[in-house]
Structures are given as C-alpha cells and as structure tokens.
Design a protein around this ligand. Structure first.
Ligand SMILES: Cc1ncc(COP(=O)(O)O)c(C=O)c1O
Length: 380
C-alpha cells in the first residue's frame, strides 16, 4: 500500500492535474489553422490536399515508399492482410498479447488466428517460439506453409510492437521468409519506434499504423498502410476507396471495395500532429526516464526499450509481483484519479478466439497477470 501511494503521488506530481488520463491527445500546433482551412474550403470529406500531404509526410518519416491513409488502424490491418493474399480458410500467426483489433482483422478475412508466445523483454512475438512452433507443427509443400494439425495454409504472420516497444522483427522476418509466410506488421502503437535504426512497420511487405485518439499522434480516428511495393500501394488505394475506377463523373467500380477513406478533415489534424511528432517523442522519452529512475528506486520493474531498439514510449508499463498486487494497485490508483489499466485479456481467452490453435503461452500468461499501464501522455 505504501508503494501504491508513492506511485500515485509521483504521477500526480508530474502531471499536476486532478484527474490523470492514460493518454490524452495534445493539440499545440497548427491543428485549428488547418481544420479551419478545410472548413473554409468546404473540402472536409475524402478529397482534399491534406490526405495527400499526410501520406507524403508519413511515408517520408517512416522511410517507406508509399503510404495510404485510411479510416482507422483496424481497417488498415484488414486491407493489409488482403493485400498479401490472406483468404477464407487460411491461418495467420499472431501474438495472444495484443489489442483485439489484431485478431479481428484476421477474422474479417475469413482466416483464423494461431497464437504463439511473446518474449518477456519486448512483450512482442517471440522469434524463438515462432521458429519452434513452425518446426513442430508445419511443413512446406509447394512453397506454402502447411499446418500439419489442421491441414490449412499459414499465409501470414502479424507481430505487434507492444506499447511502442519494437519486437525482434529482423529475426521474425528471416523465419517468415524461410517458411513462405507473408510478414504484416501491426505497428499501430509504434509510430516513432525504430529497430536497428529502421522504422517499425517497414520490415514486412506491408505495415500499418493507427491514429486513434489514444495514440502518439491522432486524427480523431485514422490509420495508414505502408509498403514499398507500388502495385500493393495502388491496390490498397483502390480497395479502400470503393474500388472506383478514376473518372471525372462516371461511377464504375470493378470489384467489391471498401469505404475506408480518411476524410480530409482528419488528415488536416494529422498533418499538424506530424509537425510536432519529434517534440512529442522527446517529451515522452524524458517522462520514461523519470519513471525509470523512480521505479528503480522503489524496486518495481518499469518496462524499458529493448536491446537494439528505440521506443516511442507510447504507453508506459510496470510489472507488479503478482495478480493480487496488480489488482490492488489498479483499485488504489483509479480510486485516486490516476488512470491505470491492466494489459489486455489474452486473445485466446476471449470467447470468439478460445477455439483457435495456440502454442504454449507461458510468457503471455505471466505478463497478463502483472503488467499495468500508467499515464503516458505528453507532459505539458
Ligand atoms: C495493436 C493494435 N492494433 C490495431 C489497433 C487498431 O487501431 P484503430 O483503433 O485505429 O482501429 C490498435 C489500436 O487501437 C492497436 O493497439
């Protein structure tokens, strides 16, 4: 109890507010100016200069050739999986410790998730567990990875960079390449995070980011698909804009497309947010350093960026000793107006995914009982 009070007071001291949210957006730049421009020009919807401008800025920032802005991270991930050819009846490997959107996007394709464990140091998909799972359960037939238990094709693998901490993505890529599995990165949480100096989300054939209200930069709601493949980028734009054949006035669509366009007004917000991204990253790194020192001093584990990685420290996390302590701290901090929350319930425990194949999930289960997220928004 003594420690719970110390932590809560420490956080209150940093933010100096009555109620401290987990991650509030910050609008300190050109947001209002650009939004007003949209309104004055009447270009508030899916056509307008800010969508193109944002796509250019984002691609440039992450070092990807193409970026396609969409309505949210979930739709981005769904389309990314379709782009690499995930079809009804396929299987897709992912981690059980993730936000539900990762598994849902797989389901929207008519595919089934297969859950493989995470590493304790990155909280992301473990290359070692992935390799062992494939060696034990799969074989390659006609350049396809076949799951011997189900007879299905394992078409793709979706690692997720948990809370912005990069997972060992180069090792995962190597394994996926060897097993003819397409790598799609769920980088929803990791804008501004690099692994071995390469931006997360750019290791696989396709990657995605989210700009939901709680992310490091926000469009209110929004997402983006990134790729270096020109054909896939064109296909992504086409599919997410109702598959309409460009024409000044005719309405002809050549397949079942989706209305996943990002409105200009959301893109305007994002352009202004991108202009401040480096400032946000610096501020969040300072906060993480403060947290790191404080938690070291009271003997509680603060999750730090893994080896070879530069994290955006999107959502800070601590690891408590057991579930009882976790629950007591959640109760105490929330009651005292410091918002904290446990890590997600594991995907394989949710009713819609509890019949999916899973490997031994020792680390994910250990973390599920102990990890708590603490306030992480930019400190003004
Ligand atoms: C890991 C992960 N994947 C996907 C998403 C989905 O993004 P969105 O909320 O923009 O649909 C989120 C966040 O919300 C996320 O944290």
């Amino acid at each position: 109890m003594e420690n719970y009070k110390k932590i809560t007071n420490f956080i209150k001291d940093i933010y100096k507010k009555d109620f401290i949210a987990l991650h509030e957006p910050v609008f300190i730049g050109n947001e209002k100016k650009y939004l007003n421009e949209c309104i004055d020009s009447t270009f508030v919807s899916s056509v307008g200069k800010y969508v193109d401008k944002f796509e250019e800025m984002l691609a440039d920032y992450v070092g990807s050739k193409y970026a396609v802005a969409v309505s949210n991270g979930t739709s981005a991930l769904f389309v990314a999986l379709k782009l690499v050819g995930v079809k009804e009846g396929d299987e897709v490997i992912t981690q059980p410790l993730t936000f539900v959107a990762t598994a849902n996007a797989i389901s929207y394709c008519g595919a089934k998730p297969v859950f493989v464990d995470v590493d304790l140091d990155t909280l992301g998909l473990s290359p070692k567990s992935l390799k062992e799972f494939l060696e034990k359960n799969c074989e390659i037939i006609d350049n396809k990875c076949i799951n011997k238990t189900t007879g299905k094709i394992i078409k793709a693998c979706v690692p997720m960079h948990t809370f912005g901490h990069p997972t060992k993505i180069d090792e995962i890529k190597e394994i996926c390449d060897k097993w003819h599995i397409e790598l799609v990165e769920d980088a929803a949480e990791s804008l501004g995070s690099f692994y071995k100096n390469k931006h997360t989300g750019t290791f696989g054939k396709v990657g995605i980011f989210s700009f939901n209200g709680n992310k490091i930069i926000t469009a209110g709601g929004g997402g983006v698909i990134v790729t270096d493949d020109e054909e896939l980028a064109k296909k992504a734009k086409h599919l997410t804009t109702t598959a309409k054949i460009p024409h000044p006035y005719e309405y002809i669509h050549d397949e079942v497309g989706y209305n996943f366009r990002m409105p200009n007004i959301n893109a305007a917000l994002l352009v202004a947010q991108m202009e401040n991204l480096d400032k946000f990253l610096e501020n969040k790194r300072e906060l993480a350093e403060k947290y790191g020192e404080f938690f070291d001093s009271i003997g509680i584990k603060f999750i730090k960026e893994p080896k070879n990685a530069k994290s955006n420290y999107w959502l800070n996390a601590i690891k408590l000793y057991n579930k009882k302590q976790r629950d007591e701290f959640l109760e105490y901090s929330n009651k005292n107006k410091v918002m904290t929350r446990p890590i997600w319930r594991l995907m394989n425990k949710l009713p819609m995914y509890n019949n999916c194949q899973r490997d031994e999930l020792k680390n994910a289960e250990y973390l599920e009982e102990r990890i708590v997220n603490i306030p992480s928004g930019v400190v003004l």
